[in-house]
Design a protein around this ligand. Structure first.
Ligand SMILES: Cc1ncc(COP(=O)(O)O)c(C=O)c1O
Length: 370
């Protein structure tokens, strides 16, 4: 049997006629960049999120950069973030001229809120929690720390569209939140796309201006900016997909529960722990095992695709060698990246495939006992 890691084709086929006609509509109207389709998607997304402002941008990386820059973060500042994420979270801090400061992860694979205060200095201006894999970070504690030390909070929601904590969507706790709609994300476009959410009207105007060459109106460049706009085709596709996102997230969560129940009795496998009072949207279903590389090869030989998100903690990447982060400060993160495997996960994944994956894992451990 073959089990794909993700399956964008099946989802496309389920909405083919609507998506095809949305794309053709944009081409017919020549509404390629900016204009009514991004505006429509912004309105729909922010209404579901119950926030007042949505600024669509070209991708999730720009979303973080723009939000940080427009919060005034720059040279001489420090921004605290998690040691375990995709590099966009930290490279955007550096792009503003500020320095990333990495903090270890907790048992839920998100920034350890108990280790944040030790990383705060006079230069600290903001915290970027990442709701990694679809799991909510410890936002109540993080918001308390931010308020005590007067820090901005920018939530990186690239992997956590509509995840919840204590009845509230992640992405509606901080000063701003940023989203990626990269094709494989829970809500994915058919190219790059992203957005910033906030309840701060002044911040959203600044972000919109900066993302559009520093101008809210054509030729009225109040500042120098960048070119980071959502294109019409991507926006129209996102509008077709958005009404299905809740049910897709629920299916991901159901699939994760099936994995958890089938894997929980295998002593050698650590299943993901779910934060209390939260809804985990399982962008990724990540297990931890000591024999990671061997198991990856075994699953591969059985037709099961897997991935590793990500092979290294951010501070140990060559890009951050200059920071000389003490590995003793990030022990959980180091162990995590040595042991993780992302198993196949998507809404259309059926229980038969999940059982097959789990049986392969069981066979692997049985063969080790022989
Ligand atoms: C945690 C995280 N932050 C930011 C990004 C950046 O998003 P994009 O690829 O749309 O630039 C990603 C994308 O993979 C991500 O996983």
């Amino acid at each position: 049997m073959k089990v794909k890691f993700a399956d964008l084709k099946t989802q496309y086929l389920s909405l083919k006629s609507e998506i095809d006609s949305a794309v053709l509509g944009v081409i017919d109207e020549l509404a390629f960049v900016g204009g009514k389709y991004p505006k429509k998607f912004e309105e729909e997304f922010k209404a579901l999120y119950k926030v007042t402002e949505c600024v669509s941008v070209a991708n999730g990386t720009d979303a973080i950069y723009i939000a940080l820059k427009m919060l005034g973060i720059g040279i001489g500042d420090e921004v605290i973030t998690t040691a375990s994420s995709w590099i966009s979270t930290s490279e955007t801090i550096s792009q503003t001229g500020a320095t990333p400061v990495f903090v270890d992860i907790d048992d839920y694979y998100t920034i350890d809120s108990n280790k944040i205060e030790a990383a705060i200095t006079k230069k600290t201006k903001a915290i970027i929690p990442v709701h990694l894999y679809g799991q909510a970070a410890d936002m109540d504690k993080i918001m308390k720390i931010a308020s005590t030390y007067n820090l901005f909070v920018v939530e990186d929601c690239a992997q956590s569209h509509f995840s919840m904590l204590n009845g509230k969507y992640v992405g509606s706790f901080g000063n701003a939140s940023t989203f990626s709609f990269y094709p494989g994300k829970n809500l994915g476009a058919y190219g790059d796309a992203g957005c910033i959410l906030t309840n701060d009207n002044d911040l959203s105007n600044k972000c919109r201006m900066f993302a559009n060459h520093g101008a809210l109106k054509k030729h009225e460049h109040k500042i120098e900016g960048i070119n980071s706009r959502l294109d019409g085709i991507q926006a129209a596709i996102l509008s077709v997909k958005l009404p299905h996102l809740n049910s897709w997230n629920q299916k991901r969560n159901n699939n994760a529960m099936i994995y958890n129940s089938l894997l929980k009795d295998i002593d050698s496998v650590q299943i993901p722990k779910i934060r209390e009072n939260s809804f985990h949207t399982f962008h990724l279903y990540v297990i931890r095992v000591k024999e990671r590389n061997e198991l990856v090869s075994y699953l591969n030989s059985k037709g099961v695709e897997t991935a590793i998100h990500y092979p290294n903690p951010l501070p140990l990447l060559p890009a951050y060698a200059y920071l000389n982060t003490d590995p003793g400060l990030i022990p959980n993160s180091i162990k995590h990246h040595e042991e993780i495997i992302s198993l196949p996960m998507y809404p259309e994944l059926d229980s038969e495939s999940i059982s097959y994956v789990v049986n392969c894992i069981k066979e692997f451990y049985k063969s080790k006992l022989k």
